[in-house]
Design a protein around this ligand. Structure first.
Ligand code: DUC
Ligand code: ZN
Ligand code: ZN
Length: 489
């Protein structure tokens, strides 16, 4: 018998990329897309995609998996459960974190998370390295060694008592990133404002989860963005601003990009589909909706959609950070915690793509191509995974999701596959669902069942790429031609 030209053909679907849509068959060979056309010859396996949408697998560029928090608790998910949940939601690549805490050796930290991912991941993965202890050893020896191994994003916090690096630490990290062509991702909120408000509210007895939203004043975001952008411009270093939540934050980013700065920005479903009012629940229930920054108002949602439409924000990630509503997670400080003692974070790795598909494709906001761009192509490009990941193109990994655009699903606690045990979107009905998921040509989700072994996801080493490359516009004080010859890089 002659050998089939393809290992698998996805036949007669409606294919979409970030720029085009067309009816086509997709031929897959050795895990990659080998042909896109009409009436392709038979594959060893055939998948009928008639009346279905055939889209690139999602890339979730911000997920906390099996991560130790500064309070000493670990997210509810293992790599196995989080990446299985991602796959069920149409995501085939995840960027998660290797989290250094103060006093920890970054090389050891990255090695530990790599081992966990290698053992458990069912989708492909790559890491952001969280730096909370930017010592000389970390910045001058470990960061260069790790960037050379393919870990090319650094993440820092401007708030959280035990995580924030302070202004000087931030400048040190930006400089180290520039030297190594790494992108710097930042959790940017004003630490003093949040810390002061938190203490004031608790002192006066406002301890319920809803006061968490009040303790992160909206202005803390725009202030931190402004300071961060000033520092990044001063060092001439590209940045990614994580989880934008306010209209004022979007404005700051728009102005910076308007001046040509390499400022990238992300938002998350919680800032598009939730508001602060979601935390206003009896007792401690509101803790299930607690994340930082907190969800804001409808006007912020509109401003963020507009930011996405105009390209000021390029990526929508989940910021998946699941904690069960029990003593292992949200209630780890006892049964009567104040909001400052409750872990921040929401499950979202599985709901991200269906929620966005429903809003953007089914309800028509920004459309199919933009959905593909925000959830797959743009993160692939910014994080230098493109063209291997992020599109339907010849030569790309065959990470393909077949969506039923008509299927309606009502989200409910316990129906998703992460281990939080609840979804903040319970009761919401979405139209459109990822039915069949292929990762490097292998069917890993079919008919509601997972068909991938733990550890079958692979590490994706990345250099910094175009997004991380500096503009080479030196600030006067950093430029030896203008600072009396001082060489500071
Ligand atoms: N905020 C973060 O900064 N990280 C994880 C979860 C959250 O809510
Ligand atoms: Zn954050
Ligand atoms: Zn996060």
């Amino acid at each position: 018998m002659p050998q089939a030209a393809f290992d698998c053909v996805i036949r007669a679907g409606h294919v979409a990329t970030a720029v085009d849509e067309f009816d086509a068959d997709i031929g897959i060979k050795n895990g990659a897309i080998a042909a896109i056309g009409r009436d392709l010859s038979a594959g060893t396996a055939e998948i009928d995609a008639k009346d279905k949408l055939v889209l690139p697998g999602g890339i979730d560029a911000h997920a906390h998996i099996e991560q130790l928090s500064s309070a000493g608790i670990v997210n509810a998910d293992s790599f196995e459960s989080a990446t299985a949940s991602a796959a069920f939601g149409g995501t085939t690549t995840v960027i998660c974190f290797a989290a250094q805490h103060r006093g920890m050796n970054l090389m050891t930290v990255v090695g530990d998370y790599m081992a966990l991912a290698k053992k458990g991941a069912v989708i492909d993965y790559t890491l952001h390295m969280i730096l909370t202890d930017p010592t000389k050893l970390t910045l001058e020896e470990h960061v260069p060694a790790l960037v050379a191994q393919g870990h090319s994003t650094l993440k820092v916090f401007m708030t959280y008592d035990l995580m924030q690096v302070g202004d000087e630490g931030l400048l040190d990290v930006l400089l180290a990133a520039r030297r190594n062509t790494a992108l710097v991702c930042v959790h940017a909120e004003n630490h003093g404002l949040i810390s002061w408000m938190g203490k004031k509210l608790v002192e006066k007895g406002y301890t319920a989860p809803k006061y968490h939203t009040v303790s992160h004043p909206r202005g803390s975001e725009a202030e931190a963005f402004t300071r961060l952008i000033a520092f990044a411009e001063f060092i001439d270093q590209p940045i990614m601003i994580f989880h934008v939540s306010t209209a004022e934050g979007v404005d700051v980013i728009r102005r910076a990009r308007g001046r040509g700065l390499k400022v990238f920005a992300e938002t998350c479903p919680q800032y598009l589909f939730m508001t602060a009012k979601d935390l206003d629940k009896p007792g401690l229930e509101g803790a299930k909706w607690m994340c930082s920054p907190p969800p804001r108002a409808e006007t912020d949602q509109e401003a963020i959609w507009q930011g996405l439409a105009l390209g000021d924000l390029q990526v929508v990630s989940s910021d998946h950070a699941p904690y069960a509503f029990d003593a292992t997670g949200k209630l780890s400080a006892g049964s009567n915690p104040n909001f400052k003692q409750i872990a921040n974070g929401l499950p979202g790795i599985e709901a991200r793509m269906p929620l966005l598909f429903d809003a953007m494709v089914s309800k028509g906001r920004l459309g199919l191509a933009k959905f593909v761009e925000l959830t797959a192509t743009a993160p692939a490009k910014i994080y230098n995974l493109y063209p291997r990941k992020g599109s339907i193109a010849i030569g790309a990994d065959a990470d393909v999701v077949i969506w039923d655009p008509k299927r309606q699903v009502t989200l409910a606690d316990g129906m998703l596959h992460d281990r939080a045990g609840y979804t903040p979107y319970a009761g919401r009905t979405v139209t459109g669902w990822p039915e069949t998921v292929l990762r490097r040509g292998e069917v890993i989700v079919l008919a509601g069942k997972l068909a991938a072994k733990p550890g079958s996801g692979v590490f994706l080493p990345r250099a910094g790429g175009a997004a991380a490359a500096p503009r080479n516009r030196l600030a006067g004080d950093m430029d030896p031609a203008r600072n009396f010859g001082a060489r500071l890089y």
